[in-house]
Design a protein around this ligand. Structure first.
Ligand SMILES: [Zn+2]
Length: 374
């Protein structure tokens, strides 16, 4: 922790002093944990930011954050200074006795309170849930900001992004419904945004990586804009490539041969695996509720529809349900909606004889052109 009480019971901020000054002070001062009131030690390493630590035998609940990394301590100070600079009422590591919780920061803005947690290490779902609901029960909005994962090449722009399940919990949407995630990189003092997120499969997403320097950021955070139709071109190509790779990988390990529903459907529809039509394997909203590659379920759906002599958007709820059951997919509102979304996009671009000339335009409108309400 960054703060402790001195003998006069005032909060002491070591980061406001130089290491030399702190070395001089330390022999003459005693510090106490603001939470459990036990004595704590001032640590002044060469490497880490000066901070406090409990004695080894302490059982203070604050201990969970004790293994704080240099990055975490640095980031907390940067974020605290940034919020103060914006003129907000902000408290560093305030102890909230009614919750027995101690967020990294508590920000008050127009009578609304935000608990900001800067997270550098992994955290279990249980702990995340417990702390988030603790804040919410007390009308405090929890804001989780993860340290930007370090990658070999940290480039900006449109790319494939892996998002761990715990970080997926911090995905939010803009007022107009665009999914995005904000992280903070304490190494470079920048907010890194993953915007216009599009789920592909598992932990794989496509997104546009953008950055904003701390001194340009506002609180609450700036909301990203939607990608343009030109930028969507890159999404479209990348999405189709990732779907294909995923499907080929699955086929490689499948022992079903021609018994494979996807292969059989492709064959009967005269689809060529190396040149699948443009209108299968397209991204639609809520498709993450169907744990199959869109290339596969959409192909199988066309085969299913051909047998019924219907177009996908003409399927009744019962027919959509029985399609999902046949594919062993759990029947949920989202899974039903994904099929309807796909049918809708196709219907809007349908010409005749299995031709969908503006499928690309329709998918862009469906996913990113916010003015159009489906
Ligand atoms: Zn304590």
């Amino acid at each position: 922790m960054l703060l402790a009480l001195n003998e006069q019971r005032q909060l002491f901020h070591p980061y406001q002093y130089t290491r030399e000054t702190l070395q001089r002070y330390r022999p003459h001062m005693k510090f106490y944990c603001p939470q459990c009131q036990q004595p704590v030690q001032l640590k002044i390493g060469k490497y880490n930011t000066p901070h406090f630590a409990h004695n080894a035998n302490s059982n203070c609940v604050q201990l969970f954050s004790e293994g704080e990394s240099k990055l975490h301590l640095q980031g907390k100070i940067q974020l605290f200074e940034w919020l103060k600079g914006l003129g907000h009422t902000v408290k560093l590591e305030p102890y909230l006795p009614e919750l027995s919780q101690r967020p990294d920061m508590l920000v008050t803005r127009q009578q609304k309170q935000f608990a900001l947690e800067f997270q550098c290490s992994t955290i279990s779902h249980e702990k995340w849930q417990l702390r988030t609901s603790g804040y919410e029960k007390n009308s405090i909005q929890a804001l989780w900001l993860f340290q930007t994962p370090q990658r070999k090449q940290s480039s900006l722009g449109i790319q494939k992004i892996f998002i761990s399940p715990i970080m997926q919990k911090t995905i939010t949407t803009t007022a107009s419904g665009l999914p995005y995630l904000v992280t903070y990189d304490a190494k470079t003092s920048r907010f890194i945004y993953w915007t216009n997120l599009l789920h592909v499969h598992g932990y794989t997403f496509i997104g546009k990586v953008q950055e904003i320097a701390t001194h340009k950021q506002h609180f609450p955070f700036y909301e990203p804009k939607s990608i343009t139709k030109d930028e969507f071109h890159r999404y479209w190509q990348l999405y189709k490539k990732l779907c294909r790779q995923f499907t080929y990988q699955r086929l490689l390990h499948s022992k079903k041969g021609m018994q494979d529903t996807f292969l059989r459907s492709s064959y009967e529809l005269h689809f060529s695996l190396t040149a699948m039509p443009d209108y299968v394997g397209v991204p639609v909203k809520t498709a993450e509720a169907i744990p199959m590659s869109p290339l596969e379920w959409q192909t199988i759906l066309h085969h299913f529809c051909r047998d019924l002599q219907l177009l996908p958007h003409e399927l009744s709820d019962n027919e959509v349900r029985s399609f999902l059951i046949q594919q062993n997919v759990e029947v949920t509102d989202q899974a039903m909606q994904a099929i309807k979304n796909y049918g809708m996009v196709l219907a809007k671009s349908y010409e005749k004889n299995d031709r969908f000339p503006d499928i690309y335009e329709q998918v862009y409108t469906h996913l990113f052109a916010i003015a159009t309400i489906y």
